[in-house]
Write a protein that binds this ligand. Sequence first.
Ligand SMILES: Nc1ncnc2c1ncn2[C@@H]1O[C@H](COP(=O)(O)OP(=O)(O)O)[C@@H](O)[C@H]1O
Ligand SMILES: [Mg+2]
Length: 419
Amino acid sequence: MDGYKLGELLIEGKTKKVYQLLDNSDLCYVENKDRITAGDGAKAHDLEGKAAISNSTNAKVFQLLNEVGIKTAFVKVAGETAFIARKCEMVPIEWVTRRLATGSYIIRNQGVPEGYRFNPPLMETFYKDDANHDPQWCEAQIISTAFKCNDMKIDKQEYDIMLRTTVAVFEILERAWLTRDCTLVDMKIEFGIDENQDILVADVIDSDSWRLWPNNDKRLMKDKQVYRNLKTVEQSDLDIVKRNFKWVADQMDFLVSSPSAHVIILMGSPSDTSHSESIINHAQALGLKAQLRVCSAHKSTEETLRILSEYEGNGEKVVLIAVAGRSNGLGPVLSGNSAFPVINCPPGKTVDLVQDIWSSLKIPSGLGCTTVLYSESAAFAAAQIHALHNHLIWARLRSKQLNNFITLKLTDTKLKYKY
Ligand SMILES: Nc1ncnc2c1ncn2[C@@H]1O[C@H](COP(=O)(O)OP(=O)(O)O)[C@@H](O)[C@H]1O
Ligand SMILES: [Mg+2]
């Protein structure tokens, strides 16, 4: 058990056992089994090595989600086949997102061709009930049941938060898989409520959870559908399933990292340092690698161009932010001598900001530098540029959007009942 002291078995399902962790009542130890099942457990086989592969895939998926700011129950890996998670009371609903129509959807919705693209992705919810084959439930059914998890009632607000989170998680993983030329066709996740009454993405996300088509080609599918489709199951079939699962776990190594996304803040004077540091703090929170330089386009033109050439020559992806008060020569000079995106963010403290801003706005023809006023906006603008090619930066922005929605909603509810 890798040094962990296990308490009672809290729950055992088809593919996992969940134990209480003795040293910490908030946490549990989730042990994967070497077991593959389909059809609500009607079809089931032992598959040696599956627990370790699932554990590896799941850990990397959740590390990615945690890193970009999605609230999940995953804490850390605990040996080859297990992980530590926040102990939750689970909401017994499967939250499904579909980008392309396939599988049970096209059976239930005659006339929709396989591969029909849902944009935005389609959401479906199913009540976890193997005996009744996980019936599809609508919003009203879920809310009317009023599930209680860790003393929290699953009402409209909680439903909305879980639904929005489900789409965000799908879109984040969809973008990640696209970097490997794989289409995330659809996906299922589950939520749990922990002791703090936080709504967390819980359970696991592994090759059982999604359909994955390399090169957007269904025939190349790498997910559990290969097993579901088997009429008879020979060892050689199981070997193929396992090889696919291993391929997915290995690909995940590429998904958890991305090339560095640089933002270089060039300020005209050391007196602009605190404004520039504020940009750096926001940029780092969005996953950007930041560097601060000081150079004056007016007073040290050659040195400014030399500094620019350092970045032109290093092959990295770079966004420049020019911080210059009074007359901003810096941003336009950088923009006129480079193809890098340049964002002007003049320090807000100058007395005549309204006049000064024109030096950033009235730029000569042929230049494309843009201007923002706040340090946070400069960091966001740089992150949005990087998000076009960097799935982890995109994921951070997407997760911020989601968390803004959740925070506003929770605050609104608090205020509604306060007076
Ligand atoms: N962090 C967690 N805290 C508590 N229970 C969890 C957590 N993650 C997963 N579970 C639960 O563990 C059980 C075992 O998982 P699994 O074998 O997948 O069950 P099932 O066959 O019902 O899908 C499920 O009921 C699942 O909801
Ligand atoms: Mg399960």
